[in-house]
Design a protein around this ligand. Structure first.
Ligand SMILES: NC(=O)c1ccc[n+]([C@@H]2O[C@H](COP(=O)([O-])OP(=O)(O)OC[C@H]3O[C@@H](n4cnc5c(N)ncnc54)[C@H](OP(=O)(O)O)[C@@H]3O)[C@@H](O)[C@H]2O)c1
Length: 323
């Protein structure tokens, strides 16, 4: 089978399409013939080792010294079950599924084995494989941060970096949870934010959301341009700051900021929960969540997909279509 492999850290061109032996499912696994996957900001960060401030040296220990220990990147997929291990009861050959492998990666291949009882669900019939492949990365990240931020219906939420994968999920899921959402994005993405259900939109190229004088119960920053020092005066007294893109210094100082100023600063790697993918899939199936796709590339052009993701200005998700 074909797979995109990344054996050393570097620019998009380090990713190569090669023939590798297909995996064999173990007793508790299913093998999925992949129809669509994504190149996410997570894939870009692992491939390039371009990480939030302070994480470089630690990352080599965790991911691999010269290149990723898992050379096949890709955190999410949609496809069709091609084989089922003897202990798997909830899936059958031919089922359409969505899987989120998260930090384990491995989705940039024609065939992928995933644990039958893991982060894998049946694909809603209403969604295409390309749409379904985009639900895991933004959805699980958003729901984990919103849960830790204890978002309540009726609260004011501001999403900075609202037009990327996590941002488009955050705008829609916060609105679905009953929040009043302000989206911060660049000019070209303003109409998209209204379409996704944002109540207010701030164009960061012309307006500083802090200078506008509003206060928010929750500020979520995916862009890395809204640190606590900038957001402090834009938070209500019980406000929470979700730093999805936090550097090591922000992670270490978060508990201290919370103790000193009373604002909770929430950081860290998002938990990967199958219930969260189920929730996003069920909202999408009901027409209450729109998977936003920026561009689709065939597997053979995955290097171009990496180049686009690396700009930091994609709109929603970048999909790789296998068939
Ligand atoms: N903590 C975790 O577990 C976790 C999980 C997932 C992702 N992440 C991190 O979260 C970040 C976002 O991920 P993503 O996949 O959503 O990335 P993405 O799709 O590339 O989105 C980034 C967005 O930031 C916007 N942006 C750029 N400059 C901006 C500025 N000055 N002000 C406001 N917005 C700006 C861009 O919109 P415009 O084009 O409109 O500028 C773009 O849509 C990444 O750094 C990723 O590593 C962390």
């Amino acid at each position: 089978m074909k797979a995109a492999v990344c054996e050393r850290y570097g620019p998009p061109e380090v990713v190569r399409i090669v023939e590798v032996p297909p995996p064999t499912p173990r007793a508790h696994e299913i093998m999925v013939r992949v129809h669509a996957t994504t190149v996410s900001s997570g894939d870009w960060r692992v491939r390039s080792l371009d990480l939030p401030r302070g994480f470089g040296p630690i990352a080599r220990l965790a991911l691999g010294l010269r290149g990723p220990r898992q050379p096949i990147l890709g955190t999410e997929l949609s496809g069709v079950v091609a084989a089922v291990g003897s202990e798997v009861a909830n899936f059958a050959v031919g089922d359409e599924v969505i899987a989120f492998t998260g930090a384990k990666m491995g989705c940039h291949a024609e065939m992928v084995c995933v644990v039958g009882g893991g982060a894998v669900i049946h694909k809603p019939a209403r969604l295409s494989h390309a749409q379904a492949a985009t639900l895991g990365f933004g959805g699980t990240t958003t729901l984990d941060f919103l849960r830790r931020g204890q978002l309540q219906p009726g609260e004011q939420v501001l999403v900075n970096g609202a037009s990327g994968t996590v941002g488009t999920a955050m705008v829609q899921l916060a609105a679905n949870l009953g929040a009043i959402v302000t989206a911060v994005c660049s000019t070209r993405n303003v109409p998209l934010m209204h379409y996704l259900g944002a109540h207010y939109v701030v164009d960061y190229t012309t307006t500083d959301f802090v200078a506008a004088g509003m206060r928010y119960d929750v500020i979520a920053d995916t862009a890395g341009t809204a640190p606590y020092a900038r957001c402090r005066d834009a938070l209500t007294p019980t406000g929470r700051l979700l730093l999805i893109n936090a550097g090591l210094d922000q992670m270490l100082s978060a508990p201290w900021t919370t103790r000193r100023h009373g604002h909770r600063v929430i950081v860290g790697t998002a938990a990967e929960r199958v219930e969260d993918i189920e929730m996003v899939a069920s909202l999408a199936s009901a027409g209450r969540y729109t998977p936003v796709i920026d561009r689709c590339y065939p597997l053979d052009e995955i290097v171009a997909a990496h180049r686009h993701v690396e700009t930091g200005h994609k709109r929603g998700s970048v999909v790789v279509v296998m068939r």
